[in-house]
Design a protein around this ligand. Structure first.
Ligand code: NA7
Length: 544
């Protein structure tokens, strides 16, 4: 009798999809285990978010030094941040520096967009197919595809007909774009739109902003970092990273233990003035502990920020349009700004409220609005910028044909909202691990990424040490984590508001109903839960 043929060896031990902050670090860690790893990256370079989002004005809203990797003392020693909130080119340089320093590129395959990943039960492995048809097999499939990486264009008729230059902010060209003397439109006023608008307004001949929903923005207070200051920052790294581990969402800022009504009105006002004058997310993440759960507290802080907007914008009719009416401060992602509101005092900037005059269509020469309260208008533009956001959190998964055991599609599995185990695994999708997937702690993202990567690495190390080739979440583990994530969202004012954080995107079919796709508990609690799983020898998982 002929011996049965040797099963074909797998191409790789692990395939990581994406060479952004999480993919790069996961590659570094798995190499340490001596694994054969391949990173498949759609772009032509490393950087993920910071590779794609080259739009004018793109920068951190987290303090640069709190955003960099913390795992390598040498890296911390060698890299100097030039600004408190680094602009995109600096961050991209940083990530390239990391890739070079750790010689990561030799395991990264660029221009390789993953189209499909199918699990094979016989071999406990994944078959990964690129858009160009090439295929690879791997034991582990690790998604490092980012929660905000699937850009969405608005569903407005005529988008394709525009003859000028047009671009989504997350697909910005690599060549510089000049706005000098140009007629420019920006559609969208989220964190991206705000950064874009304040930059484009500096040079555009005329900038017209099309706003559907205003957001509550707060000052960034960026500044350069001098040599001496960088030395101080470096000396303080251990303490700073320790603090990031202790705060609610890994930022330098964490809620003040006091309630809004536990202080006098004067103390309250003074505290808010102080926060409004300080760098970064303090006013959002370091405010009184109840502003995001108590309606009255939230109304007061919203009123404070509204007064600031009124003071900064000269034309009160315009100020009124810029003040959100359908949600309170901090219940959506707070865009941080540098003279954003003052932009609307410039003669070369016009704000169009598309609730009053909705965009009817994009024309070959510009944008045509219709009128409800006032008559519509026809605008001519040289450039249209779409700052219209992303199919967030699950969108990057939906764009890949991911099928688990028995051919089950992940997209079908997640109908009605994602269901995960610790945000890392999905029942029925063995050996697939998600970095920054749904239901993980996001917050100051590189801090969360480092933890996520280390946890996944620990699990894989455990499997290799015990000769295990298959790991899968159990249904009861998924149910309990998903229920927990949902319970954490109860009572949060942000969960009563439409935004990418509640899974809403009016430009995507099936994303019209709010879902809980985001873990809203504290990062320390998340880590504690995951650490307990490790300590128990991963008993909650099905290992074979
Ligand atoms: P966001 O925050 O989702 O913002 C998208 C913006 O685009 C928002 O103002 C939308 O208005 C607007 N939008 C989307 N579709 C349309 C149409 N069809 N017409 C007019 N306006 C539209 O995305 P960002 O890129 O700014 O930020 C995403 C995250 O990336 C950010 O929170 C940071 O964490 C990094 P809407 O509010 O839906 O009325």
């Amino acid at each position: 009798m002929a011996a049965s043929p040797e099963p074909k060896a797998l191409d790789y031990d692990a395939i990581i999809v994406g060479a952004g902050i999480s993919g790069l670090y996961q590659l570094y860690r798995l190499r340490e285990l001596g694994m054969r790893v391949r990173v498949l990256e759609a772009g032509t370079g490393v950087g993920g978010t910071w590779y794609w989002n080259r739009y004018p004005g793109a920068r951190f809203d987290s303090e640069s030094y709190s955003y960099g990797y913390s795992f390598s003392p040498e890296l911390l020693e060698e890299w100097n941040w030039a600004e408190h909130f680094a602009p995109q080119p600096e961050t991209l340089r940083y990530l390239n520096f990391v890739a070079d320093k750790f010689d990561l590129r030799r395991d990264i395959q660029f221009k390789s967009r993953v189209a499909a990943a199918h699990y094979r039960e016989e071999t406990r492995s994944w078959d990964v197919t690129l858009e160009d048809g090439s295929r690879f097999s791997t034991r582990f499939l690790i998604t490092a595809i980012g929660p905000l990486s699937a850009p969405t264009m608005p569903r407005i008729p005529g988008v394709e007909s525009f003859k000028g230059q047009s671009c989504h902010t997350a697909r910005w060209p690599h060549e510089p774009v000049s706005f000098e003397g140009k007629r420019v439109a920006v559609i969208g006023t989220g964190a991206t739109g705000v950064q874009t608008i304040q930059e484009v307004a500096k040079t555009a001949g005329h900038l017209t902003v099309f706003q559907r929903t205003p957001n509550w923005c707060a000052p960034l207070h960026n500044g350069k970092i001098g040599e001496e200051e960088m030395r101080e920052i470096r000396a303080g790294y251990p303490e700073m990273f320790k603090r990031c581990q202790e705060t609610f969402a890994c930022f330098l800022h964490t809620p003040d233990p006091r309630g809004t009504f536990e202080v006098t009105p004067e103390e309250r006002e003074a505290f808010w003035e102080k926060l409004y004058g300080e760098k970064g997310f303090g006013i959002w993440q370091g405010n009184f502990r109840d502003i995001l759960i108590d309606r009255k507290a939230n109304a007061l802080i919203s009123d404070f920020v509204a007064r600031k907007i009124r003071q900064r914008v000269k034309d009160q009719a315009v100020a009124d349009k810029l003040i959100p009416k359908n949600h309170g401060f901090g219940t959506r992602r707070v865009p941080l700004e540098t003279k954003y509101y003052e932009v609307y005092n410039q003669p070369n900037v016009t704000l169009v409220d598309i609730n009053e005059t909705p965009i009817e269509r994009i024309t070959p020469t510009g944008i045509k609005t219709g009128g409800i309260k006032t008559s519509g208008a026809e605008y001519e533009f040289d450039i249209i910028i779409y700052a219209t956001g992303f199919d967030a959190i699950t969108g990057s998964f939906d764009r890949i044909d991911i099928r688990g055991a028995g051919g089950l599609k992940l997209k079908d599995k997640w109908q009605g909202g994602p269901k995960t185990y610790l945000g890392v695994q999905v029942e029925g999708f063995p050996n697939m691990m998600m970095l920054m997937g749904p239901h993980t702690a996001l917050g100051n993202i590189p801090r969360s990424i480092e933890y996520n990567v280390e946890w996944v690495t620990g699990l894989i190390r455990h499997m290799r040490e015990h000769g295990l080739t298959c790991v899968e979440a159990r249904p009861e583990g998924v149910k309990s984590w998903t229920d927990h994530v949902k319970a954490l969202g109860v009572g949060l004012l942000s969960n009563e508001v439409d935004s990418w954080m509640t899974g809403i995107n009016r430009n995507v079919d099936g994303k019209q109903v709010r879902t809980v796709a985001r873990y809203s508990g504290s990062a320390p609690a998340y880590r504690e839960r995951c650490d307990a799983v490790t300590a128990s020898g991963y008993q909650e998982l099905r290992l074979a």
